[in-house]
Every structure is written in C-alpha cells, then in structure tokens.
Ligand binder design. Sequence first.
Ligand SMILES: [Fe+2]
Ligand SMILES: [Fe+2]
Length: 237
Amino acid sequence: MADVLIHNYTLLPVISRFNIKLGFGDKTVKEVCADANVNVDFFLEITNSFIDEDYIPQKELNSFPVSLIVQYLKKTHLYYLNEKIPEIEKHIHLMLAEETKANEKYKLVENFFIEYIKEITTHINREEITVHPYVLEIEEAFYKNTMTKAVYDKINSYSINDYASEHDNIEEKLFDLINIIIKYLPQAKSVGLCNTILTELFSLEKDLNIHAALEDKVLIPKVAAMEEKLLSLYNPS
Ligand SMILES: [Fe+2]
Ligand SMILES: [Fe+2]
C-alpha cells in the first residue's frame, strides 16, 4: 500500500474516503483493506480510475452493490464540501487580501468561486436528498424481486432517467475558472499562492470528473436496468 501511495500521491485523499489511515507499515493493499473492512476489489477499481483517468471500469464496477457505490459517492461529497472547497476558498480570500489595489479581476475570481460553491452545494444536496434514497430503494426492491405499487409510483414520479437528464456538469465550470486565472488574471503578488490555488482546482476538477463518470456511466445504467426489471414484474391487477 505504501508503494502505491508513493507512486501516486494524489490517492491520499481517496484512501481517507475508505477510512484507511496512514501508519500501515509494510502491509499489502489487501491486508490494509481487510483491516479497514474495505472491499478490496472496489477499492482497486476506484484507485485505478485515479491513476488512469481513461480507465472507466463500467463492467467491473457494475458487479458491486448500489449501496457500496452510494457510500463512496457520499464520502466524496463530504470531502468536497467540508475539506477541498473550504481550503480553496481560504486560499482565494488570502490571494485577494494580498493585492493592495482592489483589483477587479481578483474580485471576479472570488465571486465566481462563491457562485460555484452555491452551485455544487445544490447539486450535491439533490443527490443526497432525492437520488441516493431513491436508488437504494430500487436496489432493495430488486434484490427482494418484488414490485409494489409504491415502488411503481416512485419510478413513475422520479426515475433514474430524470436524474440523468438534470445531472449538470459541475466540473466544466471549474475548468472555466482555471482558464480565467491562467489567461486573464494579472500576475499575483504571491505567485506561490496562485499556483497552489490552480493545483487545488486541477485536483478538484479531476476528482469531480471521476466522480461524475461513476454517477453517469455506472450508477445510472445500473439503476435503469433494475427499474426495467422491476417494471416488467408489475401487474396492476
Ligand atoms: Fe455526486
Ligand atoms: Fe453529480
């Protein structure tokens, strides 16, 4: 496990989502996962997608329960809202405070990010409040192989395709901010601070891309297939 992290330090925030703590000595990935009660195959699928961004392991991930995927998505949401975003926000405020002349362009970056926080919070809240409870309910009905009128009504009032169609791309907007800073922001007084912000934005953007791929390419098709099977079982009479 130590070798994996030394070669791919960007995995550090990922392992904490699995409640894996540093200090595991020479233990293997399998041993560390067993100690932390983590599904090692799922762990490897997620870490592989961070090591190789083109690796979207749809087929393999499909074999894991929806509940396991949702658990990971929730942990990632917490990491964005409670750690990464406040950290970037703090650095943007610091950068702005260092500019003696109230530079309009710096203020623009701050306002852009404040708007972005509102947007990502709304996005995450919808998933936590509406989508996650819904997909867990669908999975439960699917495993029980029973279709009730209540589940039928739920699918009709908000199906996974409704989520798919309103699932907006929050990573693209972050890339816009990266572009604004690189192309249009005058040289900051603290170049180091500006570079720290850019590095943090790139890392959040990468994380969000992997997160969204898990939602769009794994969770949505998996739940859609479950809905289809459940609807085929339904006999209103
Ligand atoms: Fe999400
Ligand atoms: Fe999302």
